[in-house]
Ligand binder design. Structure first.
Ligand code: ADP
Ligand code: MG
Length: 308
């Protein structure tokens, strides 16, 4: 395996793999490039989060991974499936067996006139399971999301967080290996959001389901293995949490710039501004590291407003 972007383990094939992924939305008079050369890889069994400003392409990426939309160019595979070349039929099959999805809008995840347990049964019955088998698994999933007592309530009789927990049960009804959630706690207060993240965490630990969550939640780094930040349709930085076993039970969070498959990395805007780097920079290998300097070194005798 050569040039695996963001690979967290060099000797394991990634479960989700995106390389130089593009998505262009075309309308009559304009084109929007929502993904512009995105690289990402996710290990099987990982629980990771994607963060980024509004419009950075998070939902576009998630919809592609969910098989709801197809990219314009690049590579994207989930397991052994190639989502770029998949036919509509392949995608229907993929959505049914490989992936569960939770939306931000609680109302979009559940059928309003069905109870919690019935909502979870629906995807199984559509797959041809018997009602008794569906009921048994729905009960098990309600337990897993901590809502066994509220099985007969309808969505309007549940809080927002409870509705999202039922939605997780619906998404996992047919036991997909991948769970995707697009801002699942976006409409919840922070205590309720916490409960939802705990459910993700438990399910990930208990069943090994791979989880990718898009979120605005500031405290997300404490709750997942890895956080990847998106900017302008690409991954830009990556936060990785390390648990230290040596000196006490400490945790450190390290931030890395993502190096893509062709060696590009983004230098944070504020560093470029501080250094006065505009269109070109000097890049030198010095003593085991790389230095990036402005094209013209600032002249210390000149007043700051004249420096370049
Ligand atoms: P995020 O989820 O990070 O807020 P999105 O993936 O929704 O970002 O959007 C990325 C960019 O693509 C935005 O500029 C958005 O306006 C545009 N976009 C998203 N969906 C469509 C669409 N169906 N048609 C045209 N442009 C779209
Ligand atoms: Mg979005």
């Amino acid at each position: 395996m050569v040039n695996q972007p963001n690979s967290t383990s060099a000797d394991e094939a990634p479960y989700i793999y995106c390389e130089d992924l593009f998505k262009i939305y075309k309308s009559e008079e304009l084109e929007v490039v929502a993904l512009r050369g995105l690289d990402l890889s996710v290990r099987s069994g990982e629980m990771m989060a994607i963060v980024g400003a509004s419009g950075s392409g998070k939902s576009t990426l998630l919809n592609i991974l969910a098989g709801l939309d197809q990219p314009s160019a690049g590579r994207v595979t989930v397991g052994t499936r190639d989502l770029l070349t998949a036919t509509d039929e392949d995608l229907v099959d993929y959505r049914r067996s490989e992936v569960g999805f939770v939306w931000q809008q609680t109302g979009r995840n559940l059928i309003p006139y069905l109870t919690a347990v019935q909502n979870i049964e629906v995807p199984m019955i559509l797959e041809g399971r018997s009602l008794s088998a569906a009921r048994e698994r729905a009960g098990h999933l309600l337990n897993a999301v901590g809502l066994a007592e509220k099985r007969d309530r309808k969505p309007t009789e549940l809080s927002g967080g409870e509705q999202q927990r039922v939605a997780i049960g619906v998404a996992l009804a047919n036991d997909p290996p991948l769970l995707l959630a697009d801002e699942p706690t976006g409409e919840l207060d922070s205590a309720t959001a916490d409960e939802v993240f705990q459910v993700f965490r438990h399910l990930n630990a208990d069943t090994g389901v791979t989880i990718v969550v898009v979120t605005h939640d500031r405290e997300i780094t404490a709750r997942v293995d890895r956080v990847v930040a998106m900017r302008d349709g690409r991954t830009s930085t990556e936060l990785v949490r390390h648990v230290q076993f040596s000196r006490g039970a400490g945790e450190t969070i390290e931030e890395f710039a993502v190096v893509d498959h062709s060696g590009r990395l983004q230098i944070p805007r504020e560093y470029l501004d501080q250094l006065g780097i505009e269109r070109r920079a000097r890049v030198d290998y010095v003593d085991g590291h790389v230095e990036v300097r402005p094209e013209h070194e600032p002249d210390q005798d000149e007043p700051p407003w004249k420096r370049r």
